[in-house]
Design a protein around this ligand. Structure first.
Ligand SMILES: Nc1ncnc2c1ncn2[C@@H]1O[C@H](COP(=O)(O)OP(=O)(O)OP(=O)(O)O)[C@@H](O)[C@H]1O
Length: 249
């Protein structure tokens, strides 16, 4: 479903370019829930931005569902991808329903989104999605900025999945949530992704949650993959701490 071959990326800084990804390669199978671990600055968000076409790789190739990502096809490929962010990225002044509709943007003419012209069928689908992510019908017309963090992330997950993307990229989706809410949000994300047969690549900072939810763990250190394998082969928190300590040394 997702193939990454020898991808490298540098950012320009005052003292010249800094390489943050160094020859990263991975294969993620259809339907897999893959968690990327790595300490701050390891390059997780950069990799997710490259896959979603927000940034271009300096070297290497990214293949989404058999198509090589290029400058010219990245908008088309973005239709196959749903994004979930740490800070939800909802429009706070809009209702939950309107935020959900933003997930339809790549499929509808621009004027429909500007005038918020949605068909009855689309509204019904959005209400069904709100129920699917555990929100009440009364949430539909509430401003998203008035909801709790966990509720906002539920709206964001529904927005990401409303068009049943083949690939879901989640960048630290529970970083700003308490442990109990984090658990229920990851349960929800894994559940709805499985129902849609979507592949998930999710960055996390919590090895416990990675161990519980991932089919597969990828550990990135200073832009290099140090571990990539099934969760059963992941030797747990101690290994993670050893690796992150090595990185900071
Ligand atoms: N736009 C940018 N310009 C310059 N440097 C950047 C830019 N974005 C990220 N970096 C640097 O690239 C490195 C990797 O950043 P990235 O955000 O990908 O790491 P991360 O693993 O996602 O970290 P975190 O877990 O803290 O989100 C960091 O050193 C960061 O400072």
């Amino acid at each position: 479903m997702l193939s990454i071959h020898e991808v490298s990326k540098s950012y320009e800084g005052k003292s010249g370019p800094t390489k943050v990804l160094r020859g990263v390669s991975m294969e993620v199978k259809r339907g897999e829930f893959c968690v990327m671990l790595g300490s701050s600055g390891a390059g997780k968000s950069t990799l997710l931005k490259l896959i979603s076409g927000q940034l271009a790789a300096d070297e290497g190739q990214i293949i989404v569902d058999g198509t090589v990502l290029t400058k010219s096809n990245c908008r088309q490929l973005q239709r196959q991808i749903g994004m979930v962010h740490q800070h939800f990225e909802l429009v706070e002044r809009l209702t939950c329903l309107d935020n959900l509709m933003l997930g339809l943007l790549p499929w509808v003419p621009w004027y429909r989104s500007v005038f918020r012209y949605w068909t009855n069928q689309e509204r019904t689908m959005a209400c069904q999605w709100l129920a699917r992510v555990g929100l009440e019908p009364s949430h539909a017309l509430r401003r998203s900025g008035k909801l709790s963090g966990g509720q906002q992330q539920r709206v964001a997950i529904a927005r990401a999945l409303i068009r049943k993307p083949k690939l879901v990229l989640a960048d630290e989706p529970v970083a700003s949530l308490d442990p109990e809410t984090s658990h229920s949000i990851l349960t929800l994300l894994r559940g709805v992704a499985r129902e849609c047969n979507a592949t998930v690549l999710c960055s996390l900072h919590q090895p416990d949650l990675a161990h519980e939810f991932a089919d597969r763990i990828i550990h990135l250190t200073s832009g290099v993959i140090k571990f990539d394998g099934p969760v059963a082969d992941w030797s747990g928190k101690s290994t993670y701490r050893d690796l992150t300590t090595t990185q900071s040394n």
